[in-house]
Design a protein around this ligand. Structure first.
Ligand SMILES: *Cc1c(COP(=O)(O)O)cnc(C)c1O
Length: 385
């Protein structure tokens, strides 16, 4: 089976992990700091705080922006469930903004309409979480303008978009947001096994998240509420978590990071080849907006069902049958039983629901060979007859 995505671990990655394993620190040592600096300097953001995964990053981001019971958080229905769950962890209510059909990203026009209604009903969101679906940035300029008009904060869920660019800036620069998060899960662009990072230009947010990631404990003399009682002294000043990344993972991350630009370039090359080979078939190919460079975490095709004799379920099964590890990203979050039980029902985001009926993620990963890609194209041609 040709998988839809796959990590690439080289000997240099292994060497770097082994070196860390035999060093003085395997967690809370220098490798985490180095990795944080790699990421923040690459994207051009002041602060990067590494955490155990992107779900933890989203959770801490919500806490740092003051999300709590009685608050509303809006996100995209076409995302991994973590983009919505982070608000629920804080006791807030979630709602969903429909996507644009051609980019699969949160639609600024739908957002604007929903905000108008919300303002009338006094139900404005505290935080909006745009998700950079498949590796392409949302229209952050527009979303940022709305945030100024309506006074909400922005967390970019850039789990897919490590190495992507928007309007001349790297995704993660936080030019248009308060916080951006990346994921380093093995299917994503680069990996630390499990891992994530919170990026922000706010010193206050960076300090708070650094504390929250480690039990809200501080030893910093300037931060203590009581007097330093001795060299053993530390204070737990809030209710934090153990959301730390280990040095073992960070060493893998820094080593992988050196190849980030090559990976993204290779993904773009594969996407170009797909565009050329698939354009004559009854499928819609992903649209890239102006001034945007996608990291192509996913390559998503949409079936034009009116021209295809089989259902999506049949096309999907046929492709799997031919050894193509196709997948689906994602089931609209509010279709999930947990969200259904909170009162969501079908019909609220028609574009997202139509997307779900048509979308298929086909294999794309940096070590994909020409032959593998030919096999994928060939199989799709047969499956969509
Ligand atoms: C993978 C992913 C997450 C969660 O990342 P983890 O590091 O696995 O916690 C969140 N949001 C999106 C859009 C993702 O793809």
């Amino acid at each position: 089976m040709i998988p839809y995505g796959k990590q690439d671990i080289l000997q240099e990655d292994i060497d770097s992990v082994v070196e860390t394993l035999t060093s003085d620190f395997i967690t809370q040592g220098p490798a985490v700091k180095r990795f944080e600096e790699d990421v923040s300097s690459y994207v051009g953001c002041l602060y990067g705080i590494a955490v155990s995964n992107a779900t933890a990053a989203l959770h801490l981001a919500c806490i740092a922006l003051g999300v709590g019971p009685g608050d509303l958080v809006w996100t995209s229905p076409i995302s991994f469930v973590a983009s919505a769950n982070c608000a629920r962890y804080c006791g807030a209510e979630v709602d969903f903004v429909d996507i644009e059909p051609d980019t699969f990203n949160m639609c600024p026009i739908s957002l604007s309409k929903k905000l108008e209604d919300a303002k009338r009903n006094n139900r404005l969101p505290k935080v909006v979480i745009p998700v950079h679906m498949a590796g392409q940035s949302c229209k952050m300029h527009e979303i940022n303008n709305l945030s100024k008009q309506y006074g909400f904060k922005i967390i970019e869920d850039a789990s897919h978009a490590v190495g992507a660019e928007y309007r001349g800036n790297k995704v993660g620069s936080c030019k248009y947001s308060d916080i951006t998060v990346f994921s380093f899960h093995p299917v994503k662009i680069i990996t630390t096994g499990e891992g994530g990072v919170v990026l922000t230009n706010s010193e206050r947010i960076a300090k708070e998240i650094t504390k929250l990631r480690s039990h809200s404990i501080t030893r910093d003399a300037c931060e203590l509420e009581d007097n330093m009682q001795g060299d053993w002294y530390y204070e737990q000043q809030g209710l934090g978590f153990n959301y730390r990344l280990t040095d073992i993972q960070a060493a893998l991350g820094s080593s992988q990071f050196k190849r980030l630009d090559d990976y993204v370039a290779k993904r773009n090359q594969l996407a170009d080849t797909y565009r050329g080979s698939l354009s004559s078939l009854p499928i819609k190919l992903p649209t890239i907006i102006d001034d945007s460079y996608s990291s192509y975490h996913l390559y998503i095709i949409r079936l034009k069902s009116e021209y295809i004799n089989s259902t999506k379920k049949e096309v999907f099964a046929a492709l799997r049958g031919m050894g193509i590890g196709v997948n689906l990203h994602y089931i609209p979050i509010y279709f999930q039983p947990y969200y259904r039980n909170l009162g969501f029902s079908k019909g609220i985001c028609p574009n997202a629901e139509e997307y779900y009926d048509q979308a298929i993620s086909i294999p794309i990963f940096p070590t994909m060979t020409k032959d593998q890609q030919l096999a994928v194209v060939d199989s799709i041609r047969k499956a969509v007859k």
